[in-house]
Design a protein around this ligand. Structure first.
Ligand code: TPP
Ligand code: MG
Length: 558
């Protein structure tokens, strides 16, 4: 069977009438640059699927709805907006965990769900897939989205679509829209033109905040920037670099925001993550008298499970949700306006003396017969990365290990580093590749997380995608062993590399030594037409240097 190729932007199918509810939704998604929607059909959503089928947007079938959600999330992280489309309750409720993650980590995913027709709902019949009442699914999503709507009335549906999409883009969070199946073709009662709302900062507040920021930075001895994930979400990565260069301020990132700025930049210090991060970075930040946190979330994982030592009295903290300079809070200031203001603020702090060592790792030379260790594996991966790769790390020690990798450009590191739901990486690699066919995903995933969603590689086979999947096979839930050992941390040791036989595509490699790793990597890199799966055997208790550092420093504290 020839592999399916995704549609490209040159696809010329006519869109359905943009004055029907379904057609308008499709038109607006296209206007925002969306070319793919992830999901699984069902009878309540078939009418809308038919309409999608006749549009330039391609529906990408997933093996499970939660995988469709992870794929849409990664698509949104790379492209700025993603979408998934599923059937009522049995499909939608399976999406809940993935969409909760997208909410927590600010990824704008549009959830579209089919629903029973309005005419079918009379007398409250027991239709299949119904849970409690007809609104149950929508009420669940209300908690994990920033806007939601039932597109059941042609009088309001068109404005509701505009409202929900505007909210997704403004807040970078998921939104939920449900279309009763008898309303997909419903036409507008009045001709509808897309509307958009413009928000702006309060000029007086902005001015005062900038004045305080400038005074604080210019009178500091050693300022430092921490660039967080929102710099990427709001397209401000280049502004951060400009700001750092103009004012000569060194910068770090957070784990979630890793790769927001090029990690090869001379002013880049590394990832700041409290005791989990490198000592030079930790010291530089914690000894600074002016920490400029730009779009960073102060989450526990981001900050090394609360081992970070930041004095808020020395911080300037700005996100899309709040602006705080020392202990002063400012309202009604947009993140982008504040960033632009800082760029034009004539900042002139004292010239920075960068710490000498960035803890540069020495060149890797394989010892063919040596068993693979975590430390050596990551040293090898560091040499492997190039401009066209996107590293996608799942939860587990692979996430901590990945924090030490050197990433070249922005968006090249994707992980659920805050919500930390296992099983994200494999389906996310599918979404990332659809979002940008030039990117080759390098997926780092533990054996436990892999067991959760590995079948999504089926989609990689269908579309001849070529992610390189490294399964860090340490025979169970090592991160959890480190917290509390017990038989519940053991899992069955699968022949991961043989998944290819089962799926009818991909190439598998079993790796125990550094020599075998070299052979497998050489072959995987050359193999551009299908996925490569490396089953990398590791010792149960062999943990990454980052997790070791955390363990060591925590033990000193206790
Ligand atoms: C969906 C989900 N279930 C459970 C957990 C709790 N948890 C965190 S890490 C972990 C073990 C991960 O195992 P594995 O993927 O093999 O990585 P390792 O820790 O061995 O490196 C578990 C169970 C979680 N984060 N997400
Ligand atoms: Mg494991």
């Amino acid at each position: 069977m020839a592999a399916k190729k995704p549609k490209t932007s040159s696809a010329v199918k006519p869109a359905a009438s943009s004055q029907t509810i379904g057609g308008y939704l499709i038109q607006r998604l296209q206007d925002h640059g969306l070319q793919h929607v992830f999901g699984i059909p069902g009878d309540f959503v078939l009418q809308f699927y038919g309409m999608l089928q006749d549009s330039p947007i391609e529906v990408i079938g997933a093996t499970r709805e939660d995988c469709a959600g992870y794929a849409a999330d990664a698509y949104a992280r790379v492209r700025g907006l993603g979408a998934c489309c599923v059937t009522y309750c049995v499909g939608g409720l399976s999406l809940v965990n993935s969409i909760a993650g997208a909410y927590a980590e600010k990824s704008p995913v549009v959830v579209i769900s089919g629903a029973p027709g309005m005419d079918e709902r009379r007398n409250n019949p027991l239709l299949h897939h119904k849970v409690r009442d007809f609104n149950t699914q929508r009420e669940v999503f209300e908690k994990i989205t920033v806007a939601n709507a039932s597109l059941d009335d042609p009088l309001t549906a068109f404005r509701e679509i505009d409202r929900c999409l505007a909210a997704a883009l403004r807040y970078k969070r998921p939104v939920y829209m449900e279309i009763p199946r008898d309303r997909v073709q419903a036409t507008a009662i009045y001709p509808h033109q897309p509307s958009s709302e413009e928000t702006s900062s309060d000029p007086a507040v902005l001015q005062e905040a900038l004045a305080e920021a400038k005074a604080m930075i210019n009178s500091s001895r050693r300022p430092v920037i921490i660039a967080g994930i929102e710099m990427h979400r709001f397209g401000l990565g280049q502004e951060v670099v400009k700001l750092a260069e103009q004012a000569g301020i060194p910068m770090c990132s957070t784990l979630l925001g890793k790769s927001v700025v090029s990690e090869k930049h001379p002013l880049y210090l590394g990832v700041y993550e409290g005791a989990m991060g490198r000592e030079t970075v930790r010291k530089y930040v914690e000894e600074s008298d002016c920490v400029i946190l730009l779009g960073a979330f102060m989450t526990d994982i981001n900050l090394g499970i609360f081992t970070a030592n930041l004095d808020l009295g020395k911080c300037l903290y700005v996100t899309s949700e709040q602006l705080r300079i020392r202990h002063h809070h400012y309202h009604d200031v947009l993140l982008t306006d504040f960033m632009q203001g800082l760029l034009h603020a004539d900042l002139a702090p004292p010239k920075a003396k960068l710490p000498k060592s960035k803890d540069v790792t020495t060149a890797y030379k394989a010892k063919p017969d040596a068993s693979i260790t975590n430390r050596r594996l990551f040293a090898r991966i560091n040499e492997l990365l190039d401009e066209n790769m996107v590293v996608i790390a799942d939860v587990g020690d692979c996430l901590f290990g990945a924090s030490d990798l050197t990433i070249y450009r922005h968006t090249e590191f994707i992980s659920p580093a805050y919500y930390t739901s296992m099983g994200f990486a494999v389906p996310a690699s599918i979404g990332a590749q659809f979002a940008n066919l030039k990117l080759r995903p390098l997926v780092l995933v533990g054996d436990g997380a892999f067991q959760m969603t590995c079948l999504e590689l089926s989609t990689a086979v269908r579309y001849s995608f070529n992610p390189i999947i490294m399964v860090l096979n340490n025979k169970g839930y090592t991160t959890e062993r480190f917290l509390q050992e017990g038989p519940f941390n053991d899992i069955l040791n699968w022949n991961y590399h043989r998944l290819c036989d089962f799926l009818g595509g991909g190439k598998g490699y079993e790796v125990r030594t550094e020599g075998e790793l070299e052979v497998a990597l050489k072959s995987a890199l050359a193999n551009k037409d299908c996925f490569s799966l490396l089953n990398i055997h590791m010792e149960k208790l062999d943990i990454s240097p980052a997790l070791e550092r955390l363990a060591e420093r925590l033990s000193k504290k206790i």
